[in-house]
Design a protein around this ligand. Structure first.
Ligand SMILES: NC(=O)c1ccc[n+]([C@@H]2O[C@H](COP(=O)([O-])OP(=O)(O)OC[C@H]3O[C@@H](n4cnc5c(N)ncnc54)[C@H](O)[C@@H]3O)[C@@H](O)[C@H]2O)c1
Length: 356
């Protein structure tokens, strides 16, 4: 109760400060011919402060925790020089056409960029900023939490305890599988994949294997991981963790072919993007005990409708896309996206620019 009240007060202060910031910005920039920036959502204060304190742009913002409606976005981008967006906004030809020729930079407050039409951005010479590294630890931590919650059946067990299913201590009740001596498979050994592996090592994992576009020898050496073909990854893994980027090649890559090769006691974890998984195939694999369990932080669509069949399965743990959700991380992402935007507007090198 007290924490709810405290949260509401903090939220009120934050929102009040945000609104003040926006008003201040409008006042300080009045009359000046500054580049126009559109921010598609209410963002963590650290990001807004960077933009506001720079005094070098005129900010307009969709002042809500919910996404800007598409029609509003198309209207508001007209004539802007910089766009600060989130992963929920599809930045495609229509948005770029609506923005017009002034647009110099798109800065997304995310490391994933599957919502951006990179080809169109490149053709128009628009620079793109993103937020790698600052969220790696938070995502890796959450992935471990999700893996343990799924493999040790924590959500199911809490429900049983609360709902009267907790009888006497039973030797075979609520058993899951442990990490010690296991083989961990990583699909997409990038920044987050490596950070997850590093955190899993102390659990006395026997072996790390991975698949990627090509062997990532430098990264793999740090965690003694062996490169294997995708089929082999499916066959050998006790825990298969998906950390790859969503691209045309990885769309639906976790499908019935993959699930059918996995061990029946294997646990599948996805904290990358929902669309790398064919959810119908995953449902079939879980419902028919082809694999033991799945933990998902990302789905298609988001939010996943509450009547979705995956929610009915006890062996499927679904989180509402919270892998990077720590206060520090979200502030760091917001600030980095703001610095990227400012650098892009000035034509300077961005702290984190996506190579197009
Ligand atoms: N759940 C969340 O909240 C959350 C938060 C942050 C990132 N993510 C997702 O995690 C992804 C990874 O982030 P990162 O910082 O580690 O990025 P990264 O670029 O360092 O790693 C991505 C890896 O995927 C690999 N990959 C690409 N295509 C592949 C293919 N066809 N087969 C196998 N591997 C392939 C890349 O080569 C790379 O090694 C992001 O793209 C994003 O979509 C999700």
């Amino acid at each position: 109760m007290w924490s709810l009240i405290r949260f509401k007060i903090v939220q009120k202060i934050l929102v009040a400060e945000l609104n003040t910031c926006c008003r201040l910005q409008a006042m300080t920039t009045a009359g000046k011919n500054l580049p126009k920036v559109y921010i598609t959502r209410r963002i963590p204060l650290d990001g807004l402060k960077v933009l506001q304190q720079s005094g070098s742009c005129e900010i307009e913002q969709w002042d809500s925790d919910d996404p800007v409606p598409r029609s509003e976005l198309l209207k508001k981008v007209s004539g802007i020089h910089g766009l600060y967006c989130l992963l929920t906004e599809k930045i495609d030809k229509d948005v770029l056409n609506a923005a017009g020729p002034n647009l110099k930079v798109v800065s997304t407050m995310s490391v994933g960029y599957d919502h951006l039409s990179l080809e169109d951005l490149k053709n128009r010479g628009i620079k793109v900023g993103f937020t790698p590294d600052v969220l790696t630890e938070a995502v890796a931590e959450l992935t471990i939490a999700l893996l343990l919650a799924t493999s040790r059946r924590l959500i199911e067990a809490v429900d049983e305890a609360k709902n009267g299913g907790w009888g006497t201590w039973k030797p075979l009740w609520m058993c899951g599988s442990g990490l010690r001596g296991s083989t961990i498979g990583i699909l997409g050994l990038g920044r987050i994949g490596e950070a997850i592996a590093g955190r899993l090592k102390p659990f006395e994992v026997e072996k790390f294997i991975y698949n990627d576009i090509t062997p990532r020898e430098e990264l793999a050496a740090k965690i003694s991981a062996e490169f294997v073909p995708l089929e082999e990854l499916a066959r050998q893994s006790d825990f298969l963790i998906v950390c790859c980027a969503l691209t045309p090649e990885t769309q639906g890559i976790c499908n019935k072919q993959l699930f059918s090769k996995m061990k029946s006691n294997a646990v599948f974890i996805n904290t990358s993007r929902g669309a790398v998984v064919n959810q119908e195939d995953l449902y079939y694999a879980l419902a028919n005990h082809q694999i033991a369990a799945a933990g998902l932080d990302v789905t298609v669509p988001e939010p996943l409708p509450t009547n979705h069949p995956l929610f009915k399965l006890k062996n499927c743990v679904i989180l509402p896309h919270i892998a990077s959700a720590t206060v520090e991380t979200r502030n760091a992402m917001a600030a980095l996206a703001a610095h990227n935007l400012l650098a892009g507007l000035k034509g300077e090198a961005m702290p984190k620019e996506l190579k197009l």
